[in-house]
Structures are given as structure tokens and as C-alpha cells.
Design a protein around this ligand. Structure first.
Ligand SMILES: C[S@@+](CC[C@H](N)C(=O)[O-])C[C@H]1O[C@@H](n2cnc3c(N)ncnc32)[C@H](O)[C@@H]1O
Ligand SMILES: [Zn+2]
Length: 335
């Protein structure tokens, strides 16, 4: 876990990027917001949010079990984990970045939103590629603060191009039909029964020519995770359901998984047309497990580049998935 999280390291009210109010909207009525000092106001509803320590903050239900679980963990630390050989993050991150690269919107002014951005492993590439209006949304402020601290230290000049938003993806404070690409990597499945609400919000914020790139947990990959980390009883439990349980025995979090057909069905019901379904190989789960069990050696570490190539190939051609990665667009004539 990163130890450099100090929300106080940011000036308490560092100004929002100049373009923030073009993108932000009231999470209740979706009217534009204006900034008065540090409050973000809707002409109809009054104060809808506030600007605090470089983050646009909106009301988040921290009683939600998934959000509470991430809060208790101090947020995500995927950027750190991605530096450690053979962690799932280090193996999956380059694969996810290849999907981002292939789906770059045409103009650097196009708005890209990273939903459930965590500490920003899938936010940073957009800034590195020169995109000028990148929005990172997460329900856990510690993760966004960690991303901000990283930017302050490493790339302070990028801060004008990123808007950090503390909000729930079920109630996005973003303008309708404004976004060219919404990215939701391993996020929406934490909504469980509210999954369709999250997809509905993605649909609402997308331009008619926009795209959604979403990574959703595959049922078969989840079965393997349950077997490896919970044994045969956990395998049997998931065989009859789609409820995935993660985390140590005394602090578990429930999320959802899908067959490819199921996730395509959800997208279609939310007025999306699926353009492409690929994935992330389940081998990263197995390799992460073997690493944790001390079964990988220094020689294996040297072979990590080859293993990465193999995982990249499987992302395109493999069928045994940890996650389905789906590219979709608003359905023609849809809601
Ligand atoms: C598995 S992490 C993925 C983080 C990031 N997308 C990545 O790939 O590095 C899931 C993220 O979803 C966020 N999250 C969970 N429920 C959420 C909600 N209702 N609204 C917004 N973010 C949420 C968590 O805080 C966490 O950062
Ligand atoms: Zn309003």
C-alpha cells in the first residue's frame, strides 16, 4: 500500500481545471453547474458539490458495501501493485493499456472519462497521450487523492488536463451526451443489483458517436478464483450463482460476474450495441496465485516479457477469461 497519501500535501483549494464546468452537471437533475468560491451549484437544486483539495466532491453513499470495503482498504493501490512482478495488476495493466490505445478518440479535446478510476492506472495513459479533458471518477476519495499526489510529484503540468471527481457511478455529476469515451475497467460489477443503473449512466453521458469500453468479470474466471482462494465449497457456491466473494474471510466483498452472453444482454437492455468482445486471460490469476504461494523463481521473473506477450496474444484470441472486455456504442435509435 502506498504510504505517501496526504490529502494535506495538496493546497487546500487548488483551482479546478478551466474546463471543469463544461463537463460537470448536477447529479440530480443534470443541469449545468457553476462555481461560487468552492461550492458547485445547480440553478435548480442549489449546492450540488464542492471543490476540495483539488477534487470535485459530490455526495457518496458510503454505506454501500462495495464502497465501504474500498474505503476500509484505504482505496486502490494498483499503480504500486503494477510495479511488482507477477502480481495480477502488473500482468493485466499492459493488456488494458493496449485496449485503451486501440480505442483512442480522434481529437485531444474529446472528453475521456475513467469510471471507478481508483488510483488512476487507466487514467494516466490518456494524459501521457496528450488528451486535454480527462475525467477520473471514483467513490473513494483516498484513491483520487493518491492519484493527485502522484501527479503533483511526477507531472504537475498534467493537472490542468485532469478533473478528479468523487462520486458514485450510479449518480454521475457529468453532463448528458458529452463524453467521447467512457472507460469502466473492473468497476461496474461492484454495483451488483444496481448494475443496470451504472450502465444507464454510461449511456446518458456518452455522445451519440461515443464509445464505452468496459471490463466485466467472467464467470468462468471467477470460478477459478473461488477454487484457488476458497477451495471446493467456494467453487460449488459460485457454480449456482453469479455472486463473487473477494477479500480475507473476515472482510469480504460481493461483486458480480457474467457469461459473455449475459453481459451482452445487459448492454443491449441498456441501449448499447456491442462492437467487440475480447478479454483478459485468466492466466494472470493463476500466475498471481503461484507468486503468492512462492512457486515462481528468479528465472521466471526474467521471462516476464515473454509471459506478457503470451497474455497479450490471449487477450485477442483466448477464451478462458478473467474479464470480458467489451467495446460498445449507443444503439442507433436507442434511449
Ligand atoms: C477493481 S478497482 C478498479 C480500479 C480501476 N478501474 C483500475 O482498473 O485500476 C474498482 C474501483 O471501483 C470503485 N468503485 C466501486 N463502487 C463504486 C461506485 N459505486 N462508484 C464509483 N466507484 C466505485 C472502487 O473505489 C475502486 O476504485
Ligand atoms: Zn440540479
Amino acid at each position: 500500500m502506498a504510504t505517501d497519501f496526504h490529502i494535506a500535501t495538496a493546497p487546500p483549494h487548488a483551482a479546478p481545471p478551466a474546463w471543469a464546468t463544461e463537463v460537470l452537471a448536477c447529479p440530480a437533475c443534470h443541469s449545468p453547474l457553476s462555481r461560487h468560491e468552492w461550492s458547485l451549484r445547480c440553478a435548480r437544486c442549489g449546492t450540488a458539490g464542492r471543490w476540495e483539495a483539488g477534487i470535485a466532491r459530490f455526495g457518496v453513499q458510503d454505506q454501500d458495501p462495495s464502497i465501504a470495503w474500498y474505503e476500509a482498504a484505504g482505496g486502490t493501490c494498483f499503480q504500486d501493485r503494477a510495479q511488482i512482478p507477477y502480481t495480477m495488476s502488473s500482468l493485466d495493466t499492459p493488456v488494458y493499456h493496449s485496449y485503451l490505445q486501440r480505442n483512442q478518440p480522434g481529437s485531444p479535446r474529446d472528453i475521456v472519462v475513467d469510471l471507478g478510476a481508483g488510483d488512476g492506472r487507466n487514467t494516466l495513459p490518456w494524459l501521457a497521450w496528450g488528451y486535454e479533458r480527462v475525467v477520473a471518477v471514483d467513490a473513494v476519495v483516498a484513491s483520487l487523492a493518491r492519484l493527485r499526489t502522484h501527479l503533483l510529484h511526477e507531472h504537475p503540468d498534467w493537472l490542468e488536463r485532469v478533473l478528479l471527481v468523487h462520486a458514485d457511478v450510479r449518480r454521475l455529476p457529468l453532463a448528458p451526451a458529452s463524453v467521447a469515451l467512457a472507460v469502466a475497467i473492473e468497476t461496474l460489477y461492484y454495483l451488483n443489483e444496481d448494475y443496470a443503473l451504472g450502465l444507464g449512466e454510461c449511456r446518458r453521458i456518452l455522445r451519440e458517436d461515443g464509445r464505452l469500453l468496459t471490463a466485466e468479470r467472467c464467470w468462468e474466471g471467477a470460478l477459478l478464483i473461488h477454487l484457488l482462494y476458497g477451495g471446493v465449497p467456494a467453487l460449488c457456491q459460485l457454480a449456482d450463482s453469479r455472486d463473487v466473494w473477494d477479500g480475507p474471510a473476515d472482510r469480504r466483498v460481493r461483486s458480480r460476474c457474467f457469461t459473455e452472453e449475459e453481459v451482452r444482454g445487459e448492454l443491449s437492455r441498456a441501449s448499447f450495441e456491442v462492437l467487440e468482445t475480447k478479454g483478459v486471460s485468466v492466466l494472470s490469476v493463476v500466475l498471481g496465485y503461484l507468486r503468492g504461494a512462492g512457486c515462481l523463481n528468479a528465472d521466471d521473473e526474467k521471462r516476464q516479457p515473454q509471459v506478457r506477450q503470451c497474455l497479450q496474444m490471449l487477450a485477442d484470441r483466448g477464451a478462458l477469461r478473467k474479464a470480458h472486455v467489451i467495446l460498445a456504442r449507443p444503439a442507433r435509435g436507442g434511449a
